[in-house]
Structure formats: structure tokens, C-alpha cells
Design a protein around this ligand. Structure first.
Ligand SMILES: [Zn+2]
Length: 295
């Protein structure tokens, strides 16, 4: 069975010509659950809030009910729904999905193929992302869907079992601790009630055993996250901002957004919450930051 081909048959547009990432989002979410806990049935009551969030952030501007993909994906042969009355979905209505204790899971044939073929999960997820979302959104979509794409793609290449999972709550904890403000420039921004342009950055990279702890996290805007990961920006032990002397920017924007940060204290998390730990800063200084720092 060509499962990626089957996934590719999911319709990506509504009849009205609107982008329709609803089923892909549910599939990505289901793949994330599969990664963490196998093909255990996912109660609609447990998935509803998370699906609603995914649809709100990455669906079309118009509001969509999480019941829509939960029910309609069954027609693609990739997803099955059962209720307390037995197999079969009660329909897309929220009330009926809740009241009948509906639960969904990947089609058993697909689940078996995912278990037998280490690279398949990564290929399906990659296809869904490429087919439905701009590249700059891939990481954010996976984070919100609870899907660890890096781990599965690495596992597929080397045929070793997936390693420890990323914690999907890391981003929320870090953003909340920093009150949804960039720790370097205080940027904040919301789109329709969802935070936009802010990331939870790992100081010590996850690929190098950086934990998903607040003590290893910084809330950064997209540009400062990129510059921090590239080693343009760093932190001193006192948590003031360091700017690499190797970074050059002549525009006023570069001066405002980068050069003027040198020596300023980074924003601290809320009182009582853990600031970035010195050993993680030390790792970043050694492995990432482009020395020397500007005076
Ligand atoms: Zn910033």
C-alpha cells in the first residue's frame, strides 16, 4: 500500500476555493499522538481543545469546527471513529461527538505500516507539511500538533528507534514565563488572539541534550531567535545581551534591532520563575556564539 499516495488524495481545497488544511491538521495531530502513545483511541473530548487551537492558528481565517475533520477523515480510509454504541462516527456535530463518547484512531492498517516501516511517519508528515503550509510554519505546526519530526526523520534514516520526545508544553511555559515578550527587544504581538512572531528558543540546542526546561528556554521574537541560533546574539553569565563583533549591519534597522542590544540586560522571567541557567549559557557561548563580542 502506498500510504503517502493515499494521504495525497485528501482534498486540499473547499468547493469555495478556500484552503482546507483541516484533515491534514488532524492527521498531523494523530501522528504526534501515535509517536507518543501508539494507536490508542483518542477521545474526542480530549482532542477537541487542541484541534480547535490548531484550526484557529493554521486553518483558514473562517472559524471551523474540530468535529468536521474528526468525522470526515473517516471517508479517506486513514482514520476510524468509534462511539460507546460501537464502530462508526456519529457525524461532525460537536454535541453528538461528545455525548456518544466518540474516539478516533489511525486506521489499523496504517498504524501497522507505521510500526513496520520506520521512515513512513516522517514521509507522511513531511508530505502533509509541504502540501499544506509555508515552510516557515512547519516547525510551529509540528510543535502545536505535538509531532517531533526531527526525531522520526532521523530514526528513518538510521533505522534506530526514536529517542526521547520533545515536550509539547515547553513553548507555552517559556512564553508565559516571559509574559509573551521577546527577552531581547520586548516585541509582543497577537493575531486574532493567538501570539504571533514569538518562539521558545532552546539555549542549549535540543539536538545536543538541551532539556525542555524553563532554565534552558528564552522567549524570543522570530528575528532574534534566528540571530541567537546563528550566534550573532548571545548571553553573558550575568544575562546581558552579547553581540558578535563579526556581525555587520549598516542600516538603521540593524542598529536598532541588533547593534544597540549589546550590553543591555535580557528580560528576566516573571518573579519566582527560573531564569536561564549558567551552564546552558556556557554551552551556547562555546558552541554557537561567534566570538569575539562587541565592546
Ligand atoms: Zn526580539
Amino acid at each position: 500500500m502506498d500510504w503517502v499516495g493515499r494521504v495525497a488524495e485528501i482534498r486540499r481545497w473547499t468547493r469555495g476555493g478556500e484552503r482546507a488544511p483541516h484533515k491534514p491538521l488532524l492527521l498531523l495531530y494523530a501522528l504526534g499522538r501515535f509517536q507518543r502513545e501508539g494507536n490508542r483511541p483518542i477521545p474526542f473530548s480530549a482532542a477537541e481543545a487542541e484541534l480547535r487551537k490548531l484550526l484557529k492558528e493554521y486553518g483558514p481565517p473562517r472559524d471551523t469546527s474540530p468535529g468536521y475533520p474528526f468525522h470526515h477523515l473517516t471517508s479517506d480510509g486513514l482514520w476510524v471513529v468509534e462511539t460507546r454504541h460501537g464502530p462508526g462516527s456519529p457525524g461532525p456535530e460537536l454535541g453528538r461527538l461528545r455525548e456518544s463518547e466518540a474516539a478516533g484512531r489511525l486506521h489499523p492498517d496504517l498504524a501497522r505500516a507505521l510500526s513496520e516501516e520506520p521512515g513512513l511517519l516522517g514521509r507522511i508528515a513531511r508530505y502533509l507539511l509541504d502540501a499544506n503550509f509555508a515552510p516557515s510554519l512547519h516547525t510551529d505546526v509540528c510543535t502545536l500538533a505535538g509531532l517531533d519530526l526531527e526525531a522520526v526523520e532521523t530514526a528513518g534514516e538510521t533505522a534506530r528507534p526514536p529517542v526521547a520526545r520533545r515536550d509539547p508544553g515547553f513553548r507555552d511555559r517559556v512564553l508565559m514565563a516571559y509574559e509573551y515578550c521577546c527577552a531581547f527587544c520586548s516585541y509582543d504581538g497577537w493575531l486574532d488572539g493567538a501570539v504571533v512572531g514569538l518562539d521558545a528558543a532552546h539555549v542549549r540546542w535540543w539536538a545536543f541534550d538541551g532539556p525542555d526546561d524553563l532554565a534552558n528556554g528564552l522567549c524570543l521574537c522570530a528575528i532574534h531567535h534566528k540571530l541567537f541560533d546563528k550566534g550573532v546574539l548571545g548571553l553573558t553569565e550575568e544575562r546581558t545581551i552579547a553581540v558578535s563583533a563579526r556581525y555587520v549591519g549598516r542600516s538603521q534597522a540593524s542598529r536598532d534591532m541588533v547593534l544597540s542590544l549589546a550590553g543591555r540586560p535580557a528580560r528576566e522571567p516573571q518573579a519566582g520563575m527560573e531564569a536561564v541557567r549558567a551552564d546552558h549559557i556556557g554551552w551556547h557561548v562555546r558552541q554557537v556564539f561567534r566570538t569575539p563580542a562587541r565592546a
